[in-house]
Design a protein around this ligand. Sequence first.
Ligand code: LLP
Length: 387
Amino acid sequence: MIKANYPIKKFSDIQTPFYYYDLDLLRKTLDDINSKTRNTNFHVHYAMKANVNSSVLAVIKDAGLGADCVSGGEVQAAIDAGISPSKVVFAGVGKADWEINLGLDNDIFCFNVESIPELEVINELAAAKGKTAKVALRINPNVSAHTHHYITTGLSENKFGINMSELDQVIDLFPTLPNVKLIGIHFHIGSQITDLTSFQGLCVRVNELQEYFISKNVVLEHINVGGGLGINYEHPNHFPIPDFEAYFKIFRDHLELQPNQTLHFELGRAVVAQCGSLISRVLYVKQGSSKKFAILDAGFTDLIRPALYQAYHHIENLSSELAVESYDVVGPICESSDTFAKGFVLNQTKRGDIIALRSAGAYGEIMASQYNLRKLPKAYTSDELLA
Ligand code: LLP
């Protein structure tokens, strides 16, 4: 069984559970993204919602990525991390006035607008400041992402974006809204997408819409295709870096950009998931009536993805090389859904063993809660522990 190379001796001295970020892997991942987008008109904005750990953000900022934000808090965190507001996009179906004002005050690159009432409010707030807000229309493309229904966003039944049937009305509105400037169109069809043909479907839809905008004499400076590239949760040791080449190639081959148009991406999970692990200790091994439970000190308050989306995270016992056995790997929280995996094969496990829940760098630490009055997990990086 291949296991990740962790500073296990250092781990023994640290109170569990905690997140561990392999910043070398993060740097390699970012180098790969940059090498595939260098000298192109592709721009990647890191989706802040995946992880805003300050060490992780610092590495992402150093690699030169922009930021994709969905709240005023994220806009502020991106700016505080040193990401230029000129690379910040701001999406979300429910932007509050203070959040819009924060974006306006910082002259962010673009608001991704999700409804007509929002467009009107942005115009009004920009007018009050004597500014013109740059906006992109988030269009609901009605393209399936073939992923978990909780993280599918681009179907007409979802709450996101402006429906294609409303576009005539929106375009007619712009001349009456002097404090917003339409500079682009935005899409996001879902997350953890591993069937890349979904993105091909999106390209086809974007090409159709481009023709529509041309017929309306609307010049778009950019297209934003959102994020969603999935990662390999089953084999994080074999596939530590997602196949960015295949991903970008889909857009190079199938999306017809107009002259001088730029293409923007909002990748979250694909950037940070594989560099993070949740490190936990086994509290007890308990024999149930028909199976064994490995009871960890980490629970769904630390990593909610298995409970919320039935998500799979690869699990490794870093302390044991013994023969494998099957366990239900569970947390200490008083709910049956506090289960990381059922019937998971681990090296024989005992109290005190250190367990890694892999691929937890995205939507892990950031979604932690204090339910049951538990402490929020701390985080350490390879730069600190391997120094
Ligand atoms: N852009 C927009 C407009 C989004 O809504 C999202 C994610 C992204 C970009 C980044 O998507 P990514 O590249 O990370 O797939 N908590 C869930 C995922 C929710 C994703 C929400 N939107 C999970 O743990 O699977």
